[in-house]
Design a binder for this molecule. Structure first.
Ligand code: ACO
Length: 363
């Protein structure tokens, strides 16, 4: 029997997260991720995912200070980013710079301190590169800002509003972890050879870069831009469905009910809808699309997925499409590191087999 793409194959035991596609639940360390995302900070949930328990006040303070202290890029990394060819896309740049951290101090077994360092520095790499590519001076991180607020600040050169910050923070918490997805699997495979954390995360970044995994936010953004006005939504979506095309941001391989991440993001999106035309349009497009999908594809259980509101939120906070997958990766760095630490704690090298279907020439 060949399990193409390992679909349906359970290959590890994990205490980090659980997905129930039928019930629309995503659980981080025993708690509903959507509720955590609405009520907590990035730092609190990163600590929970990495350690399995919530921090007390002192532990949280120490964790925040560690994250803040590793934010500043070493000069060698700044030089490396400045020397990268402009033809490298943002994910290739992030992968290359993260890889450059893998000196001999990183080795098997990976440590929590190494994980915190990588999580802390990823947003700075993304922002530094993005500003250079946009012809702007990079902005140095501010240690007094929270993780998400500082990321926004380094990209934009100004602090976000409270609503912008919370919308981005909700998204980044919801993007932190999602079970045995392709990039997490590749991180675990890499460390299972007793390689190091930087190598494992570099593998994960290379995997995340592919459009089948890192998402297609530009498709959702493109659709919302094409629609442009609420009054055009129904005719635009109906025309797509009449032609047998798919509506971007709807349907999910695992979730056969509402994607809990989309539901939580929608709440945040609604909070800025009052003064944001894009979110207002997205809310209208969602309602219209769900109604039309039920009409054209009855019983298929097609609902909004995380991509839809992620794209809407990113647009509302003025993050362009090139930032989507890097931002997703900066958040998912937490999940990758947690899985690498878990894998290293009870390791067995991954070595599946392949069925030979070539010729047999020798006797
Ligand atoms: N628009 C219209 N029809 C759809 C959509 C959609 N977005 N999604 C599924 N369908 C229809 C299919 O045409 C099919 O109809 P049929 O029974 O008449 O042939 C039926 O629903 C089942 O489709 P499958 O492809 O078998 O469903 P699956 O659950 O495997 O697909 C997928 C999941 C690939 C995400 C799909 O829903 C899709 O293509 N969505 C649009 C792209 C998108 O939003 N991708 C992001 C996913 S979220 C993430 O990756 C983090």
């Amino acid at each position: 029997m060949v399990y193409h793409g390992l679909k349906g194959v359970t290959c590890v035991e994990t205490a980090i997260s659980r997905i129930d596609g039928e019930k629309g639940k995503l659980i981080y360390r025993g708690y509903n991720a959507d509720q955590l995302a609405l009520a907590s900070t990035f730092e609190e949930i990163a600590y929970l995912i990495l350690n399995g328990v919530f921090p007390n006040e002192d532990e949280l303070q120490t964790f925040k200070e560690m994250l803040a202290s590793f934010r500043v890029l070493p000069e060698s990394a700044e030089k490396l980013i400045a020397s990268l060819p402009s033809a490298l896309d943002d994910m290739a740049a992030l992968r290359t710079v993260v890889s450059s951290f893998g000196d001999i101090t990183y080795r098997f077994r990976p440590t929590m301190a190494e994980a915190v360092r990588l999580i802390a520095v990823a947003p700075t790499i993304i922002a530094f590169r993005k500003r250079l590519m946009d012809g702007k001076e990079p902005v140095q991180p501010l240690s007094e800002l929270g993780f998400v607020e500082n990321y926004f600040y380094m990209l934009k050169g100004k602090r976000p509003t409270e609503a912008q910050m919370k919308a981005l923070e909700t998204y980044m918490i919801l993007a932190m972890e999602h079970g045995m997805n392709a990039s997490t699997f590749s991180a675990r495979v890499t460390v299972s050879t007793e390689s190091d954390l930087v190598s494992a995360v570099t593998s994960a970044l290379g995997t995340m870069k592919g459009p089948l995994h890192g998402g297609a936010p530009s498709a959702v953004t493109g659709m919302l831009e094409d629609i442009g006005e609420k009054c055009r939504a129904e005719s635009y979506l109906r025309a797509k469905l009449e032609k047998g095309e798919r509506l971007m941001g709807f349907g999910h391989r695992v979730y056969k009910t509402h994607d809990p991440r989309a539901k939580a993001l929608r709440i945040k999106a609604e909070e800025i809808a009052g003064d944001d035309r894009d979110i207002d349009l997205a809310l209208h497009v969602e309602n219209t699309a769900i109604r039309l999908l039920e009409e054209y594809k009855p019983g298929r259980k097609l609902y909004t997925n995380v991509e839809f509101y992620a794209a809407a939120v990113m647009k509302a906070i003025d993050f362009d499409a090139s930032l989507f997958t890097p931002t997703f990766s900066a958040a998912r760095m937490v999940g990758w590191c947690a899985h690498v630490l878990e894998q290293a704690g009870d390791n067995m090298i991954f070595r599946p087999s392949a069925k030979y279907i070539g010729e047999m020439v020798s006797q």
